[in-house]
Design a protein around this ligand. Sequence first.
Ligand code: BG6
Length: 459
Amino acid sequence: MSGERSEALAFYGATGDLAYKKIFPALQRLVGSGALDVPVIGISRGGWSLERLRARARQSVEEHGGGADPVAFPRLMRLLRYVEGDYGDPATFDALRRELGEAARPVHYLAIPQALFEVVVGQVGRICGGGGARLVLEKPFGSDLDSARRLNAAVHRAFDERSIFRIDHYLGKEAVQNLVFFRFANTFLEPIWNRRYVESVQVTMAEPFGIKGRGAFYDQTGTIRDVVQNHLLQVLSNIAMEPPSATRDGETLRDEKVKVLKAVAPLEQARVVRGQFRGYHDEPGVAPGSTTETFAALELSVASWRWDGVPFFIRAGKNLPVSRTEVVVKLRRPPPTLGVPLVSNHVRFRLGPEFQIGLGATVREPGGLNGGHHLELLASHHHEGAETDPYAELLGDAMRGETFRFAREDYVEEAWRIVDPVLRGGPPPTVYEPGTWGPPEAGALVPGGWVDPAVEAPP
Ligand code: BG6
């Protein structure tokens, strides 16, 4: 659903970590591509000045945005404004309204802790409600099913669903969008993409670092809330969804994703393995004796005509051996009529850090003595300079009122419904050594074992 362009962008949390790492670089990109040429108003309770915010923006793009672009950065600085004040004080929002001038469709981007969402949304509704204002909300959206429902009800008091943009930056990633594109842009995949040919699906998100000073946030969150409920269920939906119908209505894609989640049963404690890396308790901000997981492996099933009986395994963790996000779709083994043992074929999508598609196949060994030789047909998709920035993509969408790359209310609630039963209680996580693939119990979840992403030798 797209609408008229926004005439201003207000972002809350302007002096925060996310603004520093992601938002200023994205703003510079948007200005550089010509997609942003309206006032950009940073808001924070930090007691800063516009000068200090400009200096911070420069540091941010130097560290995280490939440097200050000689054309785009000065332009961004001319567009940048600053409003300082407490989020609980209506005067902050009155000052913001003055900065917004005549803007009838401003974007309000809440890059602040979700505990502040309700109070800020209430004030935004007061100064901009009833009009065309748009609300962009950072993840996490809620911390379980109940809180997500409450938050949805609170934002709906001031905004209708078409004006709400719940960010999941995975939806702005090229490789994640390509899962849907590749499936439905090629004829050869669709006939085998079902329970008759697919034995199992594995999704791995491995990160080789710990929690990077985010102890206070992470300890309240854990792996399942941090990346499974949002990013990895989005990946699962893209793998499992039916083709969207050919209308130009952006809702059909979101409808299909919701249909997938509706067919997923709530997680069972017995099908979840939780781990915590050794040394987690020494991280600043982590509570003594904390049982928050830094690793999770789990099994889900999708009760649909297409996927009945096919297990979907997901694992994610911090301090694992490599940086890789991969999907491996394992096909059923061919019948052994050649008189030699055969292994399954597979389709492998590497979603990060680089973009790759591999088709696992078996060819005859020369001489035929040992049977088959397993290889992978590899497609790498890499155009120099063509990488996109998920945050710039998504903010650009919100400025145009384009909702299809954001998580819809029903989707978010379905995703929480699936993970909700394992968010509280359950056995404490098993400690694993940093640099390993998590607790050994995770291996037992998957018949035949996990396919660990390969680590190529550096070129
Ligand atoms: C964030 C999580 O949403 O996604 C982080 O909070 C995680 O813990 C990050 O590291 C991964 O995103 P990306 O784009 O680096 O794969």
